[in-house]
Design a protein around this ligand. Structure first.
Ligand code: DAH
Length: 347
């Protein structure tokens, strides 16, 4: 439409379409266009200008259309001028585009710059509870010695907690004073030794397991007692295992966890081991009992169908709280259960 009107206008004024006039118009167009291009401040605006001046329906094409009225000598001259104008405008457009693009990238870079001097955001980090880290340390040492980790249920039957472990029917540990019985006749395991039986029932020798777990006793809670606490149980069964293997294993373990401290074995009694011993470490000038252990009683092996003439084994059980308290100089077992952040943040 615009072009038609333009063309009409040009026709009407054809009398003025003398070469010099057209030349002047080209000159004016160039001047105007260069000014507009230099002033364009966005790439969109620049594209508008390109279409408006150099596009098929743009102002330059419109002017050139009126060249038909020129004489044959004049035409190439004006044509050459028009070409120069076209080239000048093209190179202006190109230069302005480069400038605008560079500015755009610069602006983007500035907007996305990170200020590394800004103060950071505090993100609270959780940590491993001292009981869990103690269990992890104990298990790591035994895994390093070739043991695998096993687990068992916390609700148990009398059979797994006592009978299969060679507790006689009238053994005092079965007393209501020590054991938490459930109304259905089951009980909460009083030790992780239950898993010795469960594991041996399901597996053949050789066996080497470390068993972490929660245990329950009808204890009055004080600085050194808790009704719920944690143990790690150790069991090895193979042909030809002797008390020497037990002692060597325990010694390596204790040195690994406590460092090079004096240790001693004291004769003791447990229904499921024979002979039995308790192990003490010397810690800050005092002997501290850290675990019970012994050679698996032949009656226990028989209970799971192992032949005690072929297989022997050793076992040990330790209290995790006791070890954690010794390692970290914790004076009250209750601190391990109350989730006081001021306490826990120390580890
Ligand atoms: N079950 C014992 C307790 O809870 C600890 C124990 C002693 C476990 C001797 C053993 C062992 O495996 O051989 O006091």
């Amino acid at each position: 439409m615009l072009t038609v009107i333009l063309a009409l206008l040009l026709k009407m004024t054809s009398i003025t379409n003398q070469p010099s006039n057209l030349e002047a118009q080209l000159e004016a167009l160039q001047q105007e266009a260069r000014g507009a291009i230099a002033a364009a401040d966005t790439l969109e605006r620049l594209e508008e200008l390109r279409v408006g001046y150099l596009g098929k329906k743009g102002q330059l094409s419109a002017l050139l259309r009126s060249m038909g009225q020129l004489s044959a000598e004049e035409r190439p001259k004006i044509g050459a001028i028009a070409n120069t104008v076209k080239e000048a405008l093209q190179s202006d457009l190109e230069r302005q585009r480069t400038t605008l693009q560079a500015a755009q990238i610069q602006a983007q870079l500035e907007a996305e710059t990170l200020d590394v001097t800004m103060p950071g955001v505090y993100r609270p980090l959780g940590r491993v509870h001292p009981l869990n880290s103690t269990i992890d340390r104990v298990l790591n040492i035994f895994v390093g010695l070739g043991y695998s980790v096993a687990e068992g249920p916390e609700m148990e039957t009398d059979y797994y907690n006592f009978e299969a472990l060679n507790f006689l029917p009238d053994h005092p540990a079965r007393d209501m004073q020590d054991t938490l019985y459930l109304s259905d006749g089951n009980l909460l395991r009083t030790h992780t030794s239950t898993v010795q039986i469960r594991y041996m029932e399901d597996n053949d020798p050789p066996i080497r397991i470390a068993v972490p777990g929660r245990v329950y006793r009808r204890d009055t809670v004080d600085a050194t007692h808790s009704a719920v606490f944690h143990q790690v149980e150790i069991l090895a069964v193979d042909e030809g295992l002797t008390f020497t293997d037990l002692k060597g294993t325990i010694k390596v373990f204790l040195q690994e966890i406590f460092g090079d401290v004096p240790i001693r074995f004291r004769a003791s009694y447990f229904p499921f081991t024979e002979p039995s011993a308790e192990v003490d470490v010397q810690w800050k000038g005092r002997w501290l009992e850290v675990m019970g252990c012994g050679m698996v009683d032949p009656n226990v092996l028989k209970a799971v169908g192992y032949d005690p003439e072929i297989y022997t084994g050793f076992a040990a059980g330790m209290g995790v709280e006791r070890i954690a308290m010794v390692l970290h100089q914790i004076d009250d077992i209750r601190r391990l259960y109350t989730s006081d952040l001021r306490f826990l943040q120390q580890f």
